[in-house]
Design a binder for this molecule. Structure first.
Ligand code: PEP
Ligand code: MN
Length: 357
């Protein structure tokens, strides 16, 4: 694969600190070779971020570019090449780590050839509603349950979620149906609370650029599902992921959920190239949300089929036992029976793509 960093950004787009060096070690490099590089970086006041891959070790050097680049890194024992990274996102880039990251979500692998189905209600409304949905999606083959306890809504007068009570119900459903769950966090002050319960913490589209929230999530260890901002470019989205990764939480999964375009037939326009673009630029897993992009029930199946063959590592859909009574997003929720039918198709397409479901 050609390295995307070989195309330099125009000087006007470069900022101080935007450039660093990725030092790729040879497969035959010894631990001593790796340590020697780290020691030299530390000697010159640079930070060394080490990624020990299955096949090779890669070291990200961040600091004063002028000083870092003065050293003849390619002459060091065990070093294969030193690549300046012109992109503002570094550790989430493919240059830093060649192989796909696989994120463990409560025992469920997401990434590489593992394709994951995530399903459940948009919001937790009651035990009956949540359990009916969870039981059905578990039976149909979903591996992760979705359901929100905190709902940031367009209108401040709309239902805002059951808060901690909702998280308790989700934890009960996890026990009952054996599904780890994903739930959204909205406020940095709630990160600790949500992390206590959830297996995967979601950042919603409206919060993708909430850097305080992202950094807070980087400082705890539960995996994070980072939705794309509905007006964000792929580069802005990967920068948001970098905020989390940089703080030490490497368990980040991206989620394409549609972007705002001039089209009004759909709630948002699903960017069907997003998964392929992201996977070229980054080693992080990326999933697709057909419910929040299409915004209509009839679009969930077609957009899910697209997700499976688009290079995505999974999908997430809203499933509600009685969508007509839903307090949130009823128009885009599918019935448990429809989800079961959809899973039959997903299995067939995943087979074609060589994915493990
Ligand atoms: C959701 O997944 O329930 C949600 C609110 O999504 P988004 O932030 O993408 O609108
Ligand atoms: Mn929703």
């Amino acid at each position: 694969m050609t390295t995307p960093t070989e195309v330099p950004l125009p000087p006007s787009q470069r900022a101080r600190g935007d450039e660093s060096l990725i030092i790729v070690m040879r497969q035959t490099a010894t631990d001593a070779d790796v340590q020697h590089v780290i020691d030299r970086l530390e000697d010159i006041g640079a930070e060394a971020h080490v990624s020990r891959g299955k096949h090779r070790t890669v070291i990200g050097a961040v600091g004063d570019r002028e000083i870092i680049q003065q050293l003849p890194w390619e002459a060091f024992p065990g070093v294969e090449r030193a690549v300046p990274v012109l992109k503002p996102f570094k550790f989430v880039s493919r240059d830093f780590q060649e192989h796909d990251s696989v994120v463990d979500v409560g025992g469920v692998p997401v990434g590489g050839t593992h394709f994951v189905a995530i399903a459940g209600p948009c919001a937790v409304e009651s035990r009956e509603q949540l359990f009916a949905s969870a039981e059905a999606v578990a039976k149909a083959g979903a591996r992760i349950l979705r359901g929100d306890a905190f709902k940031p809504r367009t209108s401040p007068y709309s239902f805002q979620g059951l808060r901690e009570k909702g998280l308790e119900l989700l934890a009960e459903a996890r026990e009952e149906f054996g599904l780890p769950f994903v739930a959204e966090v909205v406020d940095p002050r709630d990160v600790e609370l949500v992390a206590e319960y959830a297996d995967l913490i979601r950042v919603g589209t409206r919060n993708m650029a909430n850097f305080t929230l992202l950094s807070e999530l980087g400082r705890q260890h539960k995996p994070v599902l980072l939705k794309r901002g509905f007006t964000a470019t792929v580069e802005e989205w990967l920068n948001a992921a970098e905020y989390i990764y940089k703080e030490g939480n490497h368990n980040v999964i991206l989620c394409e959920r549609g972007i705002r375009t001039f089209e009004t037939a759909t709630r948002n326009t699903l960017d069907i190239s997003a998964a392929a673009v992201v996977r070229r630029l980054s080693h992080l897993p990326v999933i697709v949300d057909p419910s929040h992009s299409g915004g209509h029930r009839y679009l969930v199946a077609p957009l899910t089929r697209v997700a499976v063959v688009s290079g995505a590592n999974g999908f997430m859909v809203d499933v509600h036992p009685a969508p007509e009574t839903a307090l949130v997003d009823g128009a885009q929720a599918i019935l448990p029976t429809e989800f079961a039918e959809l899973m039959v198709e997903v299995r067939a397409l995943a087979g074609v793509m060589g994915l493990e479901l």
